[in-house]
Design a protein around this ligand. Sequence first.
Ligand SMILES: Cc1ncc(COP(=O)(O)O)c(C=O)c1O
Length: 413
Amino acid sequence: MSKSSNQTKSSVSSRFQPEDFRRALISEEERDAVLRVIDKAIAKHTAFDRYGGEEVDAYEQEFAAHMGTGFATAVSSGTAAVHAAIAALNLEPGSEVICPPITDPGGIGPVLASLCIPVFADTDPETFNVTAESIEKVITDQTRAIVVAHIAGEPCDMGAIMEVASRHHLPVIEDVAQAHDATWNGQRVGSFGTLGAFSLMSGKHHTSGGQGGMVTTNDEALYWRAKSFADRGKNFSRSDVGGFLGLNYRMTELEAAMGRVQLRRLPAFISRRQRLAARLRAALSGSSLFSLGWMPEQAESAYWFLRMRVFGGEESLSKEKIAQQLCDVGIPAAPTYTSLIAKQPWFANKRIFADSGIPWSLPQCQRVPDYDNCCPNAERALANHMMIAFNESMTEDVVDRMAEVMRDLEEKM
Ligand SMILES: Cc1ncc(COP(=O)(O)O)c(C=O)c1O
């Protein structure tokens, strides 16, 4: 039975308060860890740079152990992590790098800053992630690397992607900014690729405070190159390291002290997110209007945000209204996650380095890819989904009430 608009409005209005979605991320444990670093600096007349400190070194080791990768090097942001990972590969200008079409600008900017040509692989139509098939379709004789991103906390099919990459002898960078501790077939993402790049900014599953990043790899030579690039090309007293352009992307002791505590808490954050998401999925089971986004069965998501599939005739139109109605009752919904990178004006207008047209105008660039119609599945996926902000501090009651509101909306449609 369909309810009148007024009835629905009064039954769901003012149900949520901002604190229902507030994240209690930092505890006394993080505060104590940071204070210890400050106390040490006062006692020893030092400051917080990683040189002479212990926290960044320890965080790197603990991170590598957690990930099961041989090495990890800490940097100042997720963007810096992607940049250091690309720089470690030492790609020639004009190299084609396969990229995800739905991602954060921080995951693409480093490709362009390295004077490489992004080539977008399409997504699965029911997820925001690229697939092994879509990657293989866009490999050319100019392809030199593949970047994949695990969007919304959901792992890409790393088994099949690594198989394609190894058949074509291509390195893979996993952008794990949104997917700390997500697993594919039980293995953490960020440990499959040639390199992994993590963002540790405050909105992520675990954080080094305000900003931070980490690069993971099993390849010692790549580890040293990434570390050197992130530290102005420093050679760390090794004859085989350095000797190329680097930037300063170092993490400081304060961030590492915070990150170490957060890394210990990460498994609890993730299992809490997974339990809450499972509860919402079950509560929406059979809904003709919403479902939590479909994922392959090998995927265990870390649920960075809730990717909500919206069903309906005029999907994108009704989706705007639905997201607005959720917002009206205090649920932090947005009608879409982001636009395709290829459609963002700074990219579409090729204004990367002023009006130079670089990297596409470089003599080394063999072709300008067709960016207009490259990713119909990704366009469709964005049109069919909306996003809801999500975190591990939410209660079961909030999740149940969210499901109730969604069920109310479904009845109203
Ligand atoms: C997929 C992806 N890559 C890279 C980044 C950049 O990370 P940061 O903001 O830490 O530089 C983000 C940030 O959200 C991201 O979501």
